[in-house]
Design a protein around this ligand. Structure first.
Ligand SMILES: Cc1cc2nc3c(=O)[nH]c(=O)nc-3n(C[C@H](O)[C@H](O)[C@H](O)COP(=O)(O)O)c2cc1C
Length: 401
C-alpha cells in the first residue's frame, strides 16, 4: 500500500483521479494523442475527488464513512474485486440493449438512485437535482423520507423520475398510514421500506468529528416541516432515540395491507429474511447492508446475493446496493442475479461534485461502462448476462479504482 492509499478514507479506496493525467503531453504536442473530450469529469474517480474537495471534512466523513470499525464498508468494495467476469468470444452480438423494467418502472438501464437523506448537506438542490438528472437519463429515484425536500417537491421537480418513495417502518402508526396514502396520491409507482435501520448505526467518524444529523436539523425534515401535522420526533425521531420495539413481519404485513402500491424490502442480507419479506407481501427485495452504515461486520451485499436469488427462485425481483462504484460493478451484480442495481454514495458524491450536471455525468459514465462491458462479454444486452459469465476465482484483497 502506498502512502497515498494509507491516508485515503476507507470508503474512497477505489477512487482515483488518474495519476497519469499529471504526465500527459500538452494538447497538440503529441501527434499520437487526441484530446476529444471537453467533459468536466472524465472518470467516476474524478467525480469522487471533486466531491471530496467540495465538502467540509465532517460532511465528507458523514457521506464516505461507515459504522463501527468499517469492516462492512471495506467488504462491500473488496467483494466486487473478488468476482471476475468470463467473456464469450465471436458471438455476433450487436449494440447491447440495456433497458430493464422493475416493479413496472421502465428504466433505460438497470440503475436507480438510492434514498440518501440529509441531501442538502451535499448540494443546495439535493434530491431535486438527482431527480432531474435521472429523468434525463431515463432512470428512477428512490426518494427518502428523511430528505431535505418533501416527496411533493421532488415529484414536481421531475415526475418521471421520482417513482419510489422510501419509508422507515416505525413510529406512530397513524403517521405511517398517512405516509402510505401520501405516496399513492403523489403518483409514486412503489414504496421502499428500509428494514435495517431501527436505530442509526454506530458512526465513529461522526463521533470523532462531533458531527450529528439530529431531528432538529432541517436537512432531514423535508417531509415533516416544523409547523406541519406530524411530529418529527414521533416519526423519524425513532432513528435517533429508540423507544419502541422493532415491528414484526406480521405487523409490517398488516400495516402494508392498506397500501395500493407494491413495496420493496430494503436491507435484506439472508435467504431466510428474503423469503419472510416476500411472505409479508414485498413485491421486490433490495439486497443491501446500507452501504456499511448500519450493523458493522455483516457480509458484503454482493456476496449474499446468490443465496438470496436462490432462496427466492425467481418469484420476486431482486435489486442490490452497497459498494457499487462503476458500471462494471453493475454488470457483476446482474450476472449474479440482480434485476437492477441501486447506487448510493456514487450518486451522492456526484451530487456534491456538480449538482444535476454531476449526477448526469455519473449516469453517462455508468451507462457507457455498462455498455462497453456487456459488449466485451459478448452478450446482446443486460438480459444476456448469466451466472456463467462470472466467477469468484480471482482474489485481490486491496481494491483500487
Ligand atoms: C449520506 C447517506 C444517507 C443515507 N440515508 C438513507 C436514508 O435516509 N434511508 C435509507 O434507506 N438509506 C439511506 N442511505 C443508504 C443508501 O440508501 C444505500 O443503501 C447505500 O448508500 C448503498 O451503499 P453505497 O453507498 O455503497 O452505494 C444513506 C446513504 C448515505 C451515503
Amino acid at each position: 500500500m502506498t502512502a497515498a492509499d494509507a491516508s485515503a478514507p476507507a470508503g474512497a479506496t477505489r477512487s482515483g483521479a488518474s495519476p497519469a493525467a499529471a504526465t500527459q503531453a500538452e494538447p497538440g504536442t503529441d501527434p499520437f494523442v487526441s484530446f476529444t473530450s471537453s467533459d468536466r469529469f472524465a472518470t467516476v474517480g474524478e467525480i469522487y475527488e471533486a466531491a471530496r474537495r467540495a465538502l467540509p471534512p465532517p460532511v465528507w466523513d458523514f457521506l464516505d464513512g461507515g459504522s463501527g470499525g468499517e469492516q462492512t464498508l471495506r467488504a462491500n468494495l473488496s467483494s466486487f474485486e473478488r468476482w471476475s467476469v468470463l467473456p464469450r468470444l465471436m458471438t455476433g452480438a450487436g449494440e447491447p440493449d440495456l433497458a430493464r423494467s422493475f416493479l413496472g418502472i421502465e428504466l433505460s438501464m438497470p440503475v436507480m438512485t438510492s434514498p440518501f437523506g440529509a441531501d442538502r448537506l451535499l448540494h443546495r438542490d439535493g434530491h431535486l437535482a438527482v431527480a432531474r438528472a435521472n429523468a434525463k437519463a431515463g432512470v428512477a429515484s428512490i426518494v427518502p423520507e428523511a430528505g431535505s425536500y418533501s416527496w411533493e417537491e421532488v415529484t414536481m421537480a421531475a415526475p418521471g423520475a421520482a417513482r419510489i418513495a422510501q419509508l422507515h417502518p416505525m413510529g406512530n402508526p397513524a403517521n405511517f398510514a398517512a405516509m402510505l396514502r401520501r405516496a399513492a396520491d403523489l403518483g409514486f409507482s412503489a414504496l421502499c421500506l428500509t428494514l435495517d435501520c431501527p436505530t442509526a448505526g454506530w458512526r465513529e467518524r461522526n463521533m470523532r468529528n462531533r458531527f450529528d444529523v439530529d431531528v432538529d436539523v432541517d436537512v432531514v425534515s423535508g417531509n415533516y416541516p416544523h409547523a406541519g401535522p406530524a411530529d418529527l420526533a414521533d416519526t423519524l425521531g425513532q432513528l435517533f432515540v429508540r423507544r419502541e420495539p422493532i415491528w414484526t413481519w406480521d405487523e409490517l404485513a398488516g400495516r402494508m395491507a392498506g397500501s395500493p402500491l407494491p413495496w420493496l424490502a430494503k436491507g435484506i442480507l439472508t435467504g431466510a429474511d428474503a423469503v419472510a419479506a416476500a411472505r409479508a407481501g414485498a413485491a421486490g427485495i433490495l439486497v443491501s447492508n446500507h452501504g456499511g452504515r448500519q450493523l458493522d461486520a455483516v457480509p458484503a451485499a454482493l456476496d449474499q446475493l446468490p443465496e438470496i436469488v436462490a432462496a427466492l427462485g425467481g418469484r420476486v425481483p431482486v435489486a442490490l446496493d452497497s459498494g457499487v462504484r462503476r458500471g462494471g460493478d453493475v454488470v457483476k451484480a446482474l450476472a449474479l442475479g440482480a434485476d437492477v442495481v441501486v447506487i448510493g454514495r456514487a450518486a451522492a458524491m456526484a451530487l456534491a461534485a456538480g449538482g444535476e450536471e454531476g449526477v448526469g455525468r455519473l449516469l453517462e459514465l455508468f451507462r457507457e461502462e455498462i455498455s462497453t462491458t456487456v459488449k466485451l462479454l459478448g452478450a446482446t444486452g443486460v438480459d444476456g448476462l448469466t451466472s456463467e459469465m462470472i466467477t469468484s476465482a480471482a482474489g485481490r484483497a486491496v481494491p483500487g479504482w
